[in-house]
Ligand binder design. Structure first.
Ligand code: ADP
Length: 171
């Protein structure tokens, strides 16, 4: 049987404990997992794609998850998945509010490439309210994000907003 390769794509601006929860669940199922950071200039991310990749690597390193790769991509997701030989796309589902967008994306991706299947995973309950946007908002106002992100990410956020907010966080 062909090796099952899964891609977990996202903006990861920045990676949160919710993302990590999904990654930990996915590595238990798939022999190879690629965390794929979308450049996503349209979303005007707070962190550069290089910073986002670095924060993921720093956050995951202590967890020793093994068969896991982290890289950025800037093409169509299904094209990227095809190039990597991946037949599964992992997405996280937090609440009903995620559903409409995720449903639309999954069906569009299926239309673009029938061989790639989207699989949804739910995080542990405490992370169902957590998003990168919320984390940035709390950090912007000087709040404590230590329980929502890993120490390297908290440090980066302090560096970004530490001298007092200059630019408002983007959605
Ligand atoms: P995107 O711009 O692709 O939505 P995100 O980084 O916001 O990028 O999210 C990537 C994936 O991770 C999405 O499927 C999203 O639903 C999921 N996700 C984000 N935050 C959480 C969380 N707290 N728990 C579970 N899944 C999450």
């Amino acid at each position: 049987m062909k090796e099952k390769i899964a891609v977990y794509p996202g903006t990861f601006d920045p990676i949160t404990k919710g993302h990590i929860d999904i990654i930990q669940r996915a590595v238990r199922i798939f022999p190879r997992l690629i965390v794929a950071v979308a450049c996503n200039p349209g979303k005007a991310p707070l962190f550069s794609v290089e910073e986002r990749v670095e924060m993921i690597l720093q956050s995951l390193e202590p967890l020793n998850l093994g068969h896991l790769e982290v890289e950025s991509f800037s093409s169509l997701l299904v094209e990227y998945a095809r190039k990597k030989g991946a037949n599964v796309i992992i997405r996280g589902l937090r609440a009903v509010s995620d559903f409409e967008y995720e449903f639309q994306m999954a069906l569009i991706n299926r239309k673009l490439d029938h061989s790639v299947e989207t699989l949804f995973m739910m995080p542990s309950e405490p992370y169902t309210y957590l998003s990168s946007r919320i984390v940035k908002e709390i950090a912007y106002y000087g709040g404590n994000v230590e329980c929502l992100v890993t120490p390297p990410v908290a440090k980066r956020l302090r560096e970004k907003f530490g001298m007092g907010p200059k630019t408002p966080p983007r959605p």
